[in-house]
Design a protein around this ligand. Structure first.
Ligand SMILES: Nc1ncnc2c1ncn2[C@@H]1O[C@H](COP(=O)(O)OP(=O)(O)OP(=O)(O)O)[C@@H](O)[C@H]1O
Ligand SMILES: [Mg+2]
Length: 256
């Protein structure tokens, strides 16, 4: 697919819950193999957009297509090409991390589910915790497991709804690296986030959803040009709290 054939194409999407008009004509495209960040305040409708694209919710009007398939008329074809990591972790607490992964691999009819699970545990630094029940995991470990589960079978399109909400800075960096890794391999990623730095770090294009519409859509460079250039001041650069935090805990990941 080329730029003329976006992997995700959304036109005139509207959705109301009762009298609450959440989406009032949402339009955007996501190019193949790119990372697209959807920003918006709480309640702006980000999860609503993701749920419509993932065929979990029907729009009132407008069209949306994923991988060339219409979400309303070809939902089964859409589901075959996507994976969704929802805003709230969807892991089974009673199972171990590895069992969760094997389960998903089986559900997706993958060959050798055990090997798929072990590969994902390794990729997400969960090998040591793989045999433990998820109920003993930290929030960051659950989130990593949740994302790992959505990657089983390498779907061509991934939706990540606030993938790093509640994660500590080092876990966030790991998720970012993983997301960049998908895109490098040609996966198309749509993520929603509240964190502006996350969009800056990851996204090829950034769109802002506000009052039911996309009010801004562009590259980071394009978005920066919307505001007058900042006045240049010379200040001594102090380390940020994030840098201090990361330096202090460097190497501590195994102790979770
Ligand atoms: N099933 C529902 N019934 C009624 N109202 C709903 C329903 N789902 C969402 N809403 C409302 O629609 C609006 C948009 O919700 P949505 O979850 O899409 O926002 P969001 O941008 O994902 O917010 P957040 O940043 O808090 O996750 C909110 O006002 C929410 O309360
Ligand atoms: Mg949401």
């Amino acid at each position: 697919m080329t730029a003329d054939h976006p992997t995700i194409r959304v036109r005139g999407l509207t959705k109301a819950y009762g009298k609450l008009e959440v989406l009032r004509g949402v339009d955007f495209d996501v190019a193949p193999g790119s990372i697209f960040a959807l920003l918006g305040s709480n309640g702006a409708g980000k999860t609503t957009v993701v749920r419509i694209l993932a065929t979990l919710l029907k729009a009132d009007a407008g069209t949306a297509a994923v991988g060339g398939f219409d979400v309303a008329t070809q939902p089964a074809r859409v589901r075959e090409s996507i994976s969704l990591t929802g805003q709230f972790a969807a892991v089974d607490e009673i199972l171990s991390g590895r069992e969760n992964l094997v389960l998903v691999a089986r559900l997706r009819h993958l060959r050798n589910p055990g090997a798929v699970a072990d590969g994902l545990l390794d990729r997400f630094s969960l090998t040591d915790a793989g045999a433990r029940r998820v109920s003993t995991y930290s929030g960051g470990m659950r989130r990593r497991l949740d994302i790992a589960m959505s990657l089983a079978g390498s779907p061509p399109v991934i939706f990540l709804d606030e993938p790093t909400a509640g994660l500590d800075p080092s876990a966030r960096l790991e998720v970012w690296q993983t997301v960049r890794g998908f895109a490098r391999q040609g996966t198309t990623v749509l993520l929603t986030t509240q964190y502006l730095d996350e969009a800056e770090q990851l996204a090829d294009r950034i769109a802002i959803l506000h009052q039911g519409r996309i009010v801004v859509n562009g590259t980071l460079g394009e978005l920066k040009q919307l505001l007058p250039p900042a006045r240049i001041e010379y200040v001594q650069k102090q380390p940020t709290l994030e840098e201090i935090f990361l330096a202090t805990i460097a190497g501590g990941r195994e102790q979770e």
